[in-house]
Ligand binder design. Structure first.
Ligand code: SAH
Length: 217
C-alpha cells in the first residue's frame, strides 16, 4: 500500500494514551490494562481502524487491541479514538512478527486479518500474515479453539491461505466463501476501509474462518 508520510505522527503516537508503549511489559497482564477479564480480540494490520472501532462500539464486553506497523495510518485511528474514548480499545504500533513477545499463551481469544499485504513474490511468502509461519505464532497466543477470521479480495493470497491451513499442524477450516457479499456470512459483517473501496470497484471479497485445534494431541 502507498503511504503518505504524516509529519509528526510518531510524536502523536508516543503521546497518545490509547497507544501502548513498551508493549512487551504487558505480556500475560493485558487484563490489567483493561481493568477486567473480558476476552481479548486483536486485529493485525488494522490500518485506520474503522473495523476494530465499530466492533469495540458494538461489543463493550470484549476487549480489542489493534496492531499496525505504520504510524502514518495508525495516527488516524488514534484521532478517532480520542473523540470516541472507547474503554475497551487500545492500539499497538508494532511489526506482527513479534506478536509472541507481546501476548502470552491463551491470552488472545480471536484474531482478525483484513486485507493483509499480499507479498506476491514467492520468496516473501513467509511474510504473509496467513503463512504457516504466522499460524504457528498465532498458536502461541490464542486460547484453545481460538479463531482467526481473514478477509481479502486477493484471490491468489486467499488460495495460498487455504493451502497453508491445510498444511499447518494445528488448524482446521471452519468455513469459507469466495464471495462474502453474496453469501450467508454477510450477516453482521463489519466493513473495513479497504473492503468499502473494493466492493465499490466490484471486486468479490473472500473470507475464511479457521480454528486452532490440537491435531497433534
Ligand atoms: N485492515 C485495514 C487495512 C488493510 S491494509 C482495512 O482492511 O482497511 C494492510 C495493513 O496492514 C496496512 O496498514 C499495513 O501497514 C498493515 N500491516 C501489514 N503487515 C503488517 C505486519 N507484519 N505487522 C503489522 N501491520 C502490518
Amino acid at each position: 500500500m502507498r503511504l503518505r508520510n504524516v509529519p509528526g505522527s510518531r510524536d502523536i503516537i508516543r503521546e497518545s494514551w490509547f497507544t501502548i508503549k513498551d508493549e512487551t511489559e504487558y505480556r500475560g497482564k493485558w487484563n490489567t490494562v483493561f481493568g477486567n477479564d473480558h476476552p481479548i480480540y486483536i486485529e493485525i494490520g488494522m490500518g485506520k481502524g474503522q473495523f476494530i472501532m465499530t466492533l469495540a462500539k458494538q461489543n463493550p464486553d470484549i476487549n480489542y487491541i489493534g496492531i499496525e506497523k505504520y504510524s502514518s495510518v495508525l495516527v488516524r485511528a488514534i484521532e478517532k479514538q480520542e473523540e470516541e474514548d472507547l474503554p475497551n480499545l487500545y492500539f499497538i504500533r508494532m511489526e506482527a512478527e513479534n506478536i509472541t513477545e507481546v501476548f502470552e499463551e491463551g491470552e488472545v481469544s480471536r484474531i482478525y486479518l483484513n486485507f493483509s499485504d499480499p507479498w506476491p513474490k514467492d520468496r516473501h511468502a513467509k511474510r504473509r500474515l496467513t503463512s504457516v509461519q504466522f499460524l504457528e505464532r498465532y498458536e502461541k497466543i490464542l486460547v484453545k479453539e481460538g479463531h482467526v477470521i481473514f478477509k481479502t479480495d486477493n484471490k491468489d493470497l486467499f488460495d495460498f491461505s487455504l493451502e497453508q491451513v491445510e498444511q499447518a499442524q494445528n488448524w482446521e477450516l471452519l468455513n469459507h466463501t469466495f464471495d462474502l457479499h453474496h453469501s450467508e456470512y454477510i450477516e453482521g459483517n463489519v466493513m473495513t476501509e479497504y473492503e468499502t473501496r473494493f466492493v465499490e470497484k466490484g471486486n468479490a471479497i473472500c473470507r475464511m474462518e479457521i480454528v486452532m485445534t490440537n491435531k497433534k494431541d
